[in-house]
Design a protein around this ligand. Sequence first.
Ligand code: GAL
Length: 673
Amino acid sequence: MDLVSRLPQALAAPSPPIPRLDRMAYGGDYNPEQWPEKVWHEDVALMRAAGVNLVSVGIFAWALLEPAEGRYEFGWLDRVLDLLHENGVSIDLATPTAAPPAWFSRRHPESRIVTRDGVVLGGGARQSFCPSSPAYAEAAARITEQLARRYAGHPGLVMWHSHNEYGGANGLCYCAVSGEAFRGWLRDRYGDLAALNEAWGTTFWGQRYGDWGEIEPPVAAPTAVNPAQQLDYLRFTSDAHLANFRRERDILHRWSPGVPVTTNFQIANCKTIDYFKWGAEVDVVSNDHYIQPERPDNHIELAMCADLTRGVASGTPWLLMEHSTSAVNWKPRNLAKRPGEMRRNSLSHVARGSDAVLFFQWRASRFGAEKFHSAMLPQGGTDTRVWREVVELGADLGRLDELRGTRVAADVAVLWDWESWWALELDWRPSVDLSYLDRVEAYYERLWRDNLTVDFVHPTGALDGYPLVVAPSLYLTTPATAARLRAYVAGGGTLVVSYFSGIVDETDTVHPGAYPGALRDLLGLTVEEFLPLPAGGVVHLSDGAVADVWTEDLALAGATAELTYVDGPAAGRPAVTRHTLGTGTAWYVSTRVDPAGVLRRAYTDAGVTPPDGVPDGVELIRRVGEAASYVVAINHSSADAVVRASGVELLTGAACPESVVVPAGAVRVLRTL
Ligand code: GAL
């Protein structure tokens, strides 16, 4: 393997650094309001000891900052911010709008969330507000304005942290206020009722609307609710949260031009927010990621989320705003991270484009719902494994500062679309076993195991320069996307499409003619019938592979059958096909099978060569800057590994003329020669 020669000739220009961040950021959420003031002094001393240089403050402090409507108490926050600044810790100051105070909910009962089944949700938690509530909008704008006015000029302020995880706990609300807002959103989208009736196909089941006031949110109904209505409700909801973000962002920009505004996303874990749409709205993309502790391959899911975050950030550096030093407290079984795991997790995010390693939270809470959640400073204080690893990681990040602003070099593009995810998983699909994440993760995992780095791209994003594009689940494919994919292939690209793609347009209407209407010509075939399998059913393909969940009856119209079904409802028919179009190739996989086989063939068409000689369980990622390039090697296995690459290892300072040893469970970062 020759890593250096695999570097792409020309990557996009290096990114401008994240404004006001002059170091690889290290720190986390800081909730000093949970502690007596004397503890704050210990906090900042320990932050210095650990190399902490950025903390997010005030995220849930609305009730303390505005204890009664219009009465503000900023004294304690003044003291906290001054103390942090005096100690060299920069401030990511939060607007506290994710936790409206009890007085607000009491005064505005109409702002409470109503579930699809009509249950009104109570307080005593957080995010207890309807995203479309005008009363909430007004109150949130007021506290944001107060904070912005008071702290815009604070010398320690480097970033604004708007809200916390928009849509996290209050993703969807079905109250009367939401209904009114939905109707307004629909008027903007469709202009007149005739267009809405057409788009929603309301002649079906006699749903035709004669007056805007007749339209409701898709609340629980006697049977399946109109899918186009449900899809629009998801779009509307993502936009309602976005409107809340924009309102705060604009206030913050007005008071402190040049100070970036971010908000922490939950990429791949929050289905209700269309983050590709949000990526362009924030000044810096931030993400929260928590590993799935019971999944043995959770480091692959982490890598996928990190790559997706970079995709949402259009390839520019982003911030890992939250992850955990060890266990979380909200899983059924909260497995602790084992020694070295936190460092591997953290540096995996850095390898994939993060210029920060931040945690929830600085000091473990003694009370409240999250007291069993790990923190940088555990309940046991500094004489603990976690604290020692936190201090070591802080020192490591200091050694990796030169990676900031460099770009991740990717080999392959994978398409990701929240709208397609939403639409695919509405009710009454041909099989309940269809899952968006299932296919994306399957293709991603194979690419990861082949040591190919993925850029996630929205279907409207640029595909030029990628030799291989994978569309794992593109159920919703607009005619424009279909045309772009066709142009990509005709121009020499290699495309791999998985089953149940290209079926409907943006209104969940089946494209005219045989399936898959949007991609028929490109793939050179039609799907005469979907042939989903019964629970537990399997079929065999002509290369011996075993598949399950889904098969199709394909009729070829230009494509060739590369693999056929040996048994099952489509026995003897094509299973995996290849179609040459222009100077490119389009592959189609009509069943749920391990993508290893088809990807291997597609690599050949695309001229993609997975690096050989990479030891099993070792992950290699490249970051490329103007002055230097870097290889991050992460050893997830329990055996030491040797990676052939030359350069200077930044964590140990060792010169590596030919290769670097990556001890079991360790990470090495090479500035390559
Ligand atoms: C995040 C949230 C934090 C904290 C954390 C615990 O989703 O933003 O406030 O609750 O989870 O893992």
